[in-house]
Ligand binder design. Sequence first.
Ligand code: PGA
Length: 230
Amino acid sequence: MIFAANFKTNHTRASTLAYLEQLEQKIANNKNDKFYLFPPSTAILSHNSNVTIGVQNAYPARNGAFTGEIGLEQLEEFGIKTILIGHSERRQLLKESDEDIAKKFTFFKEHDFEIIYCIGEPLEIREQGDNVVIDYLAGQFTGIDTNYKNLIIAYEPIWAIGTGKSATDLEIATTHKALKALCSKPLLYGGSVNTANIKDITSIPNVDGVLVGSASLDVNNFVSLINTAR
Ligand code: PGA
């Protein structure tokens, strides 16, 4: 299983370091799973352990006049080679268009990054049923090379993110099955994953792991989520 923690705009550099130290200690004997941590950009760090540090976002350029952004040069300083692209918070709050996202994907693919590409439907699409959901999600693959070797997909229904209301097991099962038919890459589920639902979610066929926001912020909680899944 893949366990990825997305800190979003939480934690500092100091608290990320303390978190990482504890996480590593507690998963030291776990050789079966894969772990990722996406701290805020101010907390990215050079790191060599079984926890891969990735960045939540970066601008598709080596460097240049892109106020407020970080590019390849800044990531290289820390040996960061993993990036989240297409998270719904960036699509919605930061107004990233499909075109922006495809451009970002292509740039980081050309630089051999491992990409966790996020897709997910809003509630009004989910309410129209499975076929409409799948068509919508398939649309989010436009301009994206789904055969890219370093690709992981994260299915995160927007209405389930940060709401405490995850998708049902049936919704996850149906959607993951259809997504696997479109793209055979590892497929994560994200959206209100917590210690109470992790066991059921990770038992669903075609779920290869989870992308966790709120329930990852406390290291003990994240570790108990990992241990409950096993
Ligand atoms: P959540 O966030 O676990 O707080 O719902 C998941 C995500 O946005 O990746």
